[in-house]
Design a protein around this ligand. Structure first.
Ligand SMILES: Nc1ncnc2c1ncn2[C@@H]1O[C@H](COP(=O)(O)OP(=O)(O)OP(=O)(O)O)[C@@H](O)[C@H]1O
Ligand SMILES: [Mg+2]
Length: 263
């Protein structure tokens, strides 16, 4: 197995800022992993992700993708090989759903029929019937539907590395659960590597082969969900996991109360 993404003492300090958004971070993600990145608002998750496809430049350190120092790779070529779902969805408003999804395949010069088939396949995958949604514009979709198109667009050219920044943030619990299962099955069937940012502890533990817990620009723990639950690295992680356990216990209790009431 080879290393898909490696950070070596990477830091990011924005020019007009007094603190480091990302602080001396080192880690390696192996090919085929699905890493979830969890942390409070402003802790540096998006900044970390954007440095992988050079939408942000680190102020220190080295980042390698598939063993290559990305500061030496042409950013446009780099991005064609990396699927990216941005936090604010970011569909092209003047283009139909179908054209949005076809963006990278078009750049790569796929023929028309292959593109049409791929668009329909992906729309079906994310549960948007192609005949209904293919020719709509983003403004004619709900927020959650737009997020699903964003995911389809990122998957279009079958990139080996996927960066997902809170891709299911605007999606209701039922559809979110379905999409999480879909993502797990895409992950199991492919050798793709995923970096998946989320606020949601449950989502992070459910999806991640490993979970990266960040706070104040630093990684506090990077381990399997089991180990994080069993052996939280410090008080911060322990508090986070306690809030998860309490929520889970509360939900179970409510469920059994509802069972007694209904049955
Ligand atoms: N372009 C920028 N210029 C200056 N500071 C920035 C810029 N982008 C982000 N920051 C700062 O860097 C820090 C990390 O931001 P980032 O967007 O990475 O957080 P995040 O973990 O993704 O938060 P959220 O969960 O709210 O999306 C924040 O304090 C933010 O204000
Ligand atoms: Mg963010």
């Amino acid at each position: 197995m080879s290393t898909a993404v490696e950070f070596i003492h990477v830091g990011k300090k924005f020019a007009d800022s007094t603190y480091d958004a990302v602080r001396d971070v080192s880690f390696a993600v192996e090919e085929g992993e699905l890493v979830t990145i969890l942390g409070t608002s402003g802790c540096g998750k998006t900044t970390l992700l954007k440095m992988v496809n050079r939408l942000q430049q680190p102020t220190s350190g080295t980042i390698k993708v598939m063993g290559e120092d990305i500061s030496l790779v042409d950013p446009v070529q780099l991005r064609q090989k990396i699927g990216y779902v941005i936090q604010q969805i970011g569909l092209f408003p003047h283009m139909t759903v179908g054209s949005n999804i076809a963006t990278v395949p078009k750049i790569l010069g796929w023929d028309k029929q292959r593109i049409t088939e791929r668009v329909d396949e992906l729309l079906t995958l994310v549960n948007l019937p192609p005949a209904e949604f293919r020719d709509r514009y983003p403004a004619q979709l709900s927020g959650g539907q737009q997020q699903r198109v964003g995911l389809a667009r990122a998957l279009a050219a079958d990139p080996g590395l996927m960066l997902l920044d809170e891709p299911f943030g605007a999606i209701d619990a039922i559809n979110r659960g379905n999409l999480q299962d879909e993502l797990l099955s895409i992950h199991q069937k492919s050798h793709k590597t995923f970096l998946f940012v989320t606020h949601d502890i449950m989502e992070a533990l459910k999806l991640g082969t490993r979970v990266m817990i960040m706070d104040s620009g630093e990684i506090w723990q990077f381990d399997t969900p089991e180990n994080i639950l069993k052996h939280p690295a410090d008080a911060y992680v322990e508090k986070l996991m306690d809030s998860f356990r309490q929520g889970y216990a509360f939900a179970l209790e409510r469920k059994s109360m509802a069972g007694e009431r209904d049955g």
